[in-house]
Design a protein around this ligand. Structure first.
Ligand code: GLY
Length: 436
């Protein structure tokens, strides 16, 4: 089957690796020459992943039978609508369905309208009237830009915003930029990611993972796209119970049905819920309409069944829970990033990667924003590559990831604390304290 992968990051490298293993013939559209994707692809096109007319034209020329959309930006542009019109089915929602991620107010309103639990107290503002009073009433608050901001549109009181006045100013700037802002109650707890696949009816969950958004060890410093993530062998996280998983999956199933009613067609693709375990139970932080980056790198290496078959079933509308089997292993992913990433990346430096040694150390590598030139590999401004350790326990997986990292050299930075026993213990104790 000729499969088009749209996107050139580590998430796409990871998805593509599994699809090729499952028998797909891969065609890729990517911004930069990702060496992992280039190697897997029968052909690739270097182009913007949001250039929908160009991508559709190329897909038709190559006789593509299925498109897989990695990032959110092309979904927002309506790539699935255009490919569908051209007769190419896709894994990913239409522009209307992608509002699940591209419009923060859409998702909050959807949960409220369909009486689905998990929402905070919230209010959507389209002008500045009443914002100050609402912030004062909440005490601790979260302000979310209505539109896509590459993970940088959410600001929290006490972390990024020191006062009601700073909150007010940020909220008004969001309205100027995106036309609306969502102001919410702040949840306190531990976040986790549940990445699901759906054909619009059946929703299949996967092992939970936890991302690390902050740049520095101990969860300090500026927010980033994610510095690394881990998953545990029982498919939960060390600080969660089975009932937390069940609540998150149940919310996602209800949201899937609500999306069908609201959009008039089944939602097909990924529903990646960012949840938070609080003292009042599991709450919804946000949904994304694509896989998590880095979290997908914790999940697909454990999938023992065919992802390609699941994708085909999504298109045909006959997805079933028995199609997904994950091995009972723990994983730890650590991202290698250029020095200065998160503040001002020092990009364009040579990167030395010994793939054989990484594999010999029992780790996997997925390339992200690196550029393969005639004279070697160079860093870009964004994250460079993910190293994933897989083991029977979290500590074994963490040690394998660290061994793998020893074989990447350059002007780079990484967080060594992700998945360590000390960091995990801190999270367990923190949530115990919150939940009583
Ligand atoms: N892990 C963050 C994201 O994929 O948006």
């Amino acid at each position: 089957m000729k499969v088009l992968m749209v996107g050139g990051g580590a998430r796409e490298h990871c998805i593509a690796s599994k699809l090729v293993e499952d028998g797909a013939e891969l065609y890729t559209v990517m911004n930069n020459k990702n060496p992992g994707l280039a190697k897997l692809s029968t052909e690739f096109l270097l182009a913007s992943d949001t250039d929908v007319p160009k991508i559709t034209g190329w897909a038709l020329e190559k006789g593509i039978q299925m498109a897989v959309i990695g990032p959110e930006a092309p979904l927002e542009k309506g790539i699935v609508d255009e490919l569908t019109e051209a007769g190419i089915p896709s894994i990913g929602p239409t522009k209307s369905g992608a509002r699940l991620e591209t419009s923060k107010s859409f998702t909050r309103d959807l949960l409220e309208k369909y009486n689905i639990p998990g929402n905070p107290k919230f209010k959507v503002f389209k002008d500045s009237e009443g914002i100050r009073e609402y912030l004062e009433g909440l005490g601790e608050f979260v302000i979310k830009d209505e539109g896509l901001c590459g993970g940088k549109g959410v600001k929290l009181s006490g972390e990024h915003l020191a006062s009601v006045e700073e909150g007010y100013e940020y909220a008004v700037s969001c309205i100027h930029k995106s036309g609306a802002v969502v102001v919410e109650e702040k949840f306190v707890g531990e976040e986790f990611s549940l990445q699901c696949l759906t054909d619009g009816e059946t929703v299949i969950g996967s092992p939970l993972a936890q991302d690390h958004k902050r740049l520095l060890e101990g969860d300090k410093g500026p927010n980033t796209g994610g510095m690394g993530s881990y998953s545990d062998s029982n498919h939960l996280l060390p600080f969660l119970k089975q009932e937390d998983y069940d609540v998150a999956l149940d919310i996602t199933k209800h949201v899937c049905q609500a999306l069908k009613q609201e959009c008039g067609i089944p939602y097909k693709g990924v529903m990646y819920g960012g949840f938070i375990a609080t003292k009042n139970g599991v709450k919804l932080v946000e949904y994304n309409a694509r896989y998590g980056d880095p979290e997908i790198m914790n999940i697909l290496p454990l999938l023992e069944t065919s992802l390609l078959d699941m994708f085909k079933a999504i298109i045909d509308g006959n997805l079933s829970e028995s199609m997904a089997k994950f091995s009972n292993k723990a994983t730890v992913c650590k991202y290698v990033v250029p020095v200065g990433y998160g503040v001002k990346s020092e990009a364009g430096y040579p990167l030395e990667v010994n793939e054989e040694a990484i594999e010999a150390a029992g780790a996997k590598i997925y390339y992200a924003a690196v550029d393969l030139r005639d004279d070697g590999l160079y860093t870009g401004t964004s994250r460079s590559l993910g190293i994933i350790g897989i083991g029977d326990t979290l500590s074994e997986a963490e040690q394998k990831a660290e061994k793998g990292l020893e074989h990447v050299k350059g002007h780079i930075f990484m967080r060594h604390d992700i998945g360590t026993p000390e960091a995990i213990e801190r999270k367990i104790e923190r949530l115990k304290g919150i939940r009583g």
